[in-house]
Write a protein of this length. Structure first.
Length: 465
């Protein structure tokens, strides 16, 4: 049975998860889940024994660091999405630190953090300038630009360069690892291999290849649906490589072609970045909003010239265009330009949770008309602003099915991509709870199997083969 798509990328849930649930679910049908292991996560977690970022580290001693990626877990900020500035902060010193990316902060918290860096010589020794810039991650990122003698901040609980973490080893500090993915019935996942930095992407491509080479009994480096079917037959996990941001292409279609040769099969146009060197003119917003703001945003600036070129080249090469994180004007322009079905790998339903990362009714219709699929994320704030639950999440699936039909929705879990927020269900081994909830809501077997990956597999067959 073909396995489905991940996520967001793509995964497929197979009969092992389905049989645990109900006789109403076909044991042999495709399944799918979306698992977005974002670039910051994969940087934290090693793939195949290669160095990456690690959760617990309080100091850096390196003299040649390019960047540190941190996520705020210290306190819940005003909008509930990240750590408040100034709590749980340790200084991290390096002789040649280029930048710090602060994830999980509200805009105000990020601004406060930048101000603190500029004002506190004891904490931020050698800082020449700090600038807060656009949205680079699901947490409203901020970049602090440092001078040659720069110092970086790391919010306690997640930080920097350190020990390797092996995805083939069970590690319950995270939402996802290969052993628990197999326990949860996963066959395939869209696997994040970088964001806006090309060097980071190349290291992650290399590490993912090494992971598959060193653990062929657990992992398949997948480039087509046949590879997913092989993983299904062998009881392994297929990884479909997904780049979280076209910004790392550095406005080069040749780089896109080379990444395709290395196995890239899904490309997010942006991870929220906007402006020069990116694929959209203005950055995306990560926050709750109003219907009036959404309506106004669709007529704003859309894609850059390079963004439009990327869509055409992805269509030609057989790379799925992912519109998650794109701003509204960019979303509409991309759907119109693409000759192949695009996806929205991990996001929300705006009518259920009024967030910028949720698709409006009109966007859902436009995506469905193009043959695309939305992957509903397991992020609690995408599920319900005030009282997220499994039942409320199933409401989102039901809403999309009632609006446009069962062929255009899947799930895009976004495990290990949401900071301190606890996903629903909380880890990949508990994926059967999601299937069980679909069955309990009364969806028939065919619909359940489409949601669990069949719809994403359809797009993959059409686009990547």
């Amino acid at each position: 049975m073909p396995c489905g798509h991940h996520q967001n990328h793509i995964f497929c849930a197979d009969e092992r998860s389905l049989l645990e649930l109900s006789h109403r679910v076909n044991a042999g049908a495709h399944g799918g889940v979306r698992l977005a292991l974002h670039d910051d996560v994969n940087h934290r977690r090693t793939v195949g024994g290669h160095g990456a970022l690690e959760r617990r580290a309080n100091a850096l001693g390196s003299g040649d660091l390019g960047a540190v990626v941190v996520e705020g877990e210290a306190a819940v900020a005003e909008d509930g999405f990240g750590g408040a500035a100034g709590e749980g902060v340790d200084a991290v010193f390096a002789a040649d630190l280029a930048e710090v990316v602060l994830h999980g902060l509200t805009r105000r918290a990020a601004d406060d953090h930048a101000s603190a860096l500029e004002q506190d010589d004891a904490v931020a020794e050698g800082v020449d300038d700090v600038e807060v810039v656009g949205d680079e991650d699901d947490g409203l990122a901020a970049c602090a630009q440092f001078g040659d003698a720069g110092a970086a901040l790391a919010l306690e609980g997640l930080v920097a360069d350190g020990e390797d973490l092996d995805l083939t080893v069970r590690d319950e500090r995270y939402h996802f690892d290969i052993p628990r993915a197999l326990e949860g019935g996963l066959t395939c996942s869209y696997f994040m291999v970088g964001g806006s930095k090309l060097q980071q992407a190349m290291e992650l491509f290399d590490g993912t290849w090494a992971l598959a080479q060193e653990h062929p009994d657990q992992v398949v480096y997948a480039t087509c649906v046949a590879d997913i079917e092989r993983a299904k037959a062998e009881g392994t996990v297929a990884l479909i490589l997904q780049l979280e941001s076209g910004t790392c292409l550095n406005e080069s279609l040749a780089t896109l072609r080379n990444l395709h040769r290395l196995g890239l099969r899904v490309l997010n146009l942006t991870h929220g970045e906007g402006g020069e060197g990116t694929t959209q003119i203005e950055p995306s917003i990560f926050d709750y909003t109003t219907p009036a703001d959404r309506e106004a945003a669709r007529s704003g600036p859309g894609l850059t010239d390079f963004g439009r070129e990327v869509i055409g080249e992805c269509n030609r090469l057989g790379i799925i265009v992912d519109l998650a994180h794109a701003n509204d004007a960019g979303f509409y322009e991309a759907v119109e330009l693409s000759s192949a079905p695009p996806i929205f790998s991990h996001g929300a339903v705006f009518a259920q949770s009024p967030h910028w990362r949720g698709l409006t009714d009109d966007q859902l219709r436009v995506l469905a008309d193009a043959g695309g699929v939305i992957g509903i994320a397991f992020h609690p704030k995408f599920i319900d602003r005030d009282a997220p639950s499994m039942e409320r999440m199933i409401d989102s699936f039901e809403y999309v099915i009632d609006l446009v039909g069962a062929d255009y929705v899947g799930f895009g879990a976004d495990y290990d991509g949401m900071g301190s927020n606890v996903p629903i269900p909380p880890s990949i081994d508990r994926l059967p709870e999601f299937t069980e909830a679909l069955v309990a809501r009364g969806f028939d077997d065919e619909t359940v199997l489409k949601v669990l990956g069949g719809n994403f597999v359809r797009v993959m067959r059409e686009v990547i083969g």
